[in-house]
Unconditional design. Sequence first.
Length: 120
Amino acid sequence: MSGVFAVRLSELAEGSVVKVVLKDVPVAVVRCDDGTVHAVGDTCTHADVSLSEGEVDGCTLECWMHGARFDVRTGEPLALPATRPVPVFPVTLDGDDVLVDVTTTLGEAPTPVAHAGKES
Ligand code: FES
């Protein structure tokens, strides 16, 4: 089990985002509309703005300041004015706990992340 506790899955609705600071790293934990959970650096690469104050749409996170949009699976910017990706951190689910490993950043390739299935 890697990573540290970030948020309870049951408190993270689909289509929502929450900011956490883990080991001094600001992280936006996103639950996509499809239920998957992803963690990216919370700071927009266009300017020093918290992405977790933006909107989740599908599996993207839109910066509220100027509208840059990032794919939270890859960190890649999908809309200007941001041109650089945000870091993507590995996510693990441990029951209801969402764990994020901020000591590792995933590459640009799409990566498997914890799949948040509906719990019974
Ligand atoms: S600060 Fe995020 S798009 Fe400009």
